[in-house]
Write a protein that binds this ligand. Structure first.
Ligand code: DMJ
Length: 604
């Protein structure tokens, strides 16, 4: 018996030691600060991007005979002393991304299978584009043909260079770069007489810059292309007040003809080129691009106090004078959206120095006014505490709110989230959560699991208390536009909220949204815009991702380049390792192109 007791007591001692160390290990693990996600190395962390603008400025290497150079067109209104970027040391900005801890293996299996499914959706569409629409602006996803909508310079090709890199599709990337080298951006190659400079900037210039940044600033071919199209865009600023011609004729410009900015312009089109033009100056040391955008910002700044909602600018503006004070409609939606989106992002790209405080001030004034006048709590049957942005109509005496929601304005959750972090503003983080949850709510509760393009909803009497009115027969008062055109904005905000809060509910929401979108938009070749998302899909169709034969939803033969460049990219990044294209290292332009933020800690 004594020996049994002895064995028993040694067993107990060993068990006690084991239990002690087990709990000690758990405690240690729980209390240790989690690794900041951005400190983990990945294929995009190492880079040789300049910390300060190159001096002397970079010159395009690809200037072989026959290649068109917009820089050689004489200017009518040249700038003699351009506004320059600061050479101050970048500020250490607050950490944006959550401190993620390591996931469990079972979570990893689900995550990887979801990420893979999204990648396959991308690859299916890309293969069709490569086979059937190579170098065209868009694939037509029902007929398997092609169309040119943005100058005919291969919008889908350029818009997706960075997506190919992010998804590790290196062979496809190499073929794509070879193909874009043939695009010269000369005035005669444009498929349209007039081009939309905003779309050209965000898709083409943004696409080249992001691909160059992701190459670690090693692939000069991409910088050459960025400079070539940057020079073209810069020419659209050749006007007496240096305000841009947003619908611009490259033929006239190349012939030296004078062109005027629009007397009836759109705020988003003049105020959404700061990121692209600033990054181009940072990468090349050529200050003309930064000068161009700084002059617009000075006009925005000078006139913001004098509009009908001080701090904001109306949707419709006179770019010619310029006068941004007369309009009465204010919105975060179409035609205004990225004007606000770029304020906080430009502060981040400037790393807090030089002209950055100007953007911080504009952000604070605009987004506080927007929070007061545009955001409202919709009335919903489960009383969810959510917000949506509406449209404000202002007179000199009062501001009225139209409770019209737009898919386009679903990006605002992400905008307030990023700003909340950059400027340590917790109230903006609270708004961000409610706004993102608002768009998720309308996805989840719409018949097809997808939020329509534009609709009005009943409004709660106040932000605090809200009881559903039983006489309401639908969650919408009126669906003004029933389309879903493969837009990214709701998933964009989900991406920001996921990376900023680390709350797993956003990954789950993203997966649900992806399944609904894939089920409704899948075609033989890729994915197509849907005409009416208010037609209910069977539950099994939403869950399996497969719609029965026939076309219950009514598709259109359209797949804009942002489907792959934005919607699928954000989805992929939601299910990627959390340090892949970290929000602490990159700032996304409005077409989801990540630009590297200059930092003292960059590794070469
Ligand atoms: C994109 O081209 C950009 O996100 C733009 O800012 C808004 N519209 C589309 C996507 O919906």
């Amino acid at each position: 018996m004594p020996s049994l007791n002895k064995r028993w007591s040694s067993f107990l001692t060993i068990s006690a030691i084991f239990v002690f160390f087990f709990f000690f290990f758990i405690l240690l693990h729980r209390n240790a600060p989690a690794q900041p996600s951005s400190s983990l190395p990945n294929r995009f962390t190492a880079n040789r991007c300049p910390l300060t603008p190159p001096d002397p400025p970079y010159n395009r290497t690809n200037t072989d005979e026959g290649s068109f150079s917009w820089r050689d067109i004489p200017e009518n209104y040249p700038v003699s002393d351009p506004i320059s970027l600061s050479t101050e040391k970048p500020l250490q900005l607050p950490q944006i991304q959550a401190a993620f801890s390591r996931p469990s293996t079972s979570d990893e299996t689900v995550r990887l299978s979801r990420q893979n499914a999204i990648k396959e959706t991308f690859q299916r569409a890309w293969r069709s584009y490569e086979k059937l629409a190579w170098k065209a602006d868009e694939l037509t996803p029902l007929s398997g043909g092609k169309k040119n909508t943005f100058g005919g310079w291969g919008a889908t090709l350029v818009d997706n260079l960075d997506t190919l890199l992010i998804m590790d599709l290196d062979e496809e990337f190499e073929r794509a770069v070879e193909a874009v080298l043939d695009v010269d951006f000369d005035p005669h190659s444009s498929s349209q007489p007039t081009i939309n400079v905003f779309e050209t900037t965000i898709r083409y210039l943004g696409g080249f810059i992001a691909a160059y940044d992701l190459s670690g600033c090693r692939d000069q071919r991409l910088l050459d292309k960025a400079v070539q199209i940057g020079d073209m865009i810069y020419n659209s600023f050749d006007t007496p007040m240096r305000m841009p011609v947003t619908r611009w004729n490259p033929h006239k410009a190349a012939n030296g003809e004078k062109q005027s900015p629009a007397a009836q312009g759109i705020i988003a089109e003049i105020a959404s080129s700061s990121l692209e033009l600033t990054r181009l100056s940072q990468l090349t040391g050529d200050m003309r691009y930064f000068d161009a955008v700084s002059r617009i910002t000075d006009v925005l700044d000078a006139q913001a106090p004098n509009t009908r909602i001080p701090g904001m600018w109306p949707v419709g503006v006179d770019v010619q004078k310029p006068d941004l004070t007369k309009g009465s409609t204010f919105s975060y939606g179409g035609m205004a959206d990225s004007a606000y989106e770029y304020l906080g992002k430009e502060y981040q790209l400037l790393s807090g120095v030089g002209r950055a405080p100007q953007y911080a001030r504009l952000y604070e004034n605009a987004l506080s006014a927007g929070a007061q006048h545009l955001l409202f709590r919709p009335m919903v049957p489960d009383h969810a505490d959510i917000l949506l942005p509406g449209i404000a109509h202002a007179t000199s005496l009062s501001v009225g709110l139209e409770t019209r929601a737009e898919h386009l304005s679903c990006f605002v959750g992400g905008m307030y989230a990023l700003g909340g972090k950059l400027f340590a503003n917790d109230s903006h983080l609270t708004l961000a959560r409610k706004l993102t949850d608002g768009c998720i709510w309308y996805y989840r509760n719409s018949p097809m699991g997808i939020m329509p393009e534009m609709f009005t909803v009943p409004r709660c009497p106040s932000l605090n208390e809200c009881i559903w009115d039983d006489t309401q027969t639908s969650i919408y008062t009126f669906v003004r536009d029933k389309h879903y055109v493969l837009r990214p904005e709701a998933l964009e905000s989900v991406f920001y909220m996921w990376r900023i809060t680390g709350d797993e509910k956003y990954r789950e929401a993203a997966w649900e949204m992806y399944m609904s979108i894939e089920a409704a938009t899948h075609t033989e070749f890729a994915n197509a815009a849907v005409r009416d998302v208010t037609v209910p899909l069977e539950k099994h169709e939403r869950e399996s991702g497969e719609v029965e034969k026939g076309d219950p939803v009514g598709k259109e033969d359209s797949m804009e380049s942002f489907w792959m460049a934005e919607t699928l990219k954000y989805l992929y990044l939601i299910f990627a390792e959390t340090d892949l294209v970290s929000l602490d290292e990159f700032v996304f332009n409005t077409e989801a192109h990540p630009f590297r933020v200059p930092k003292q800690t960059a590794s070469f």
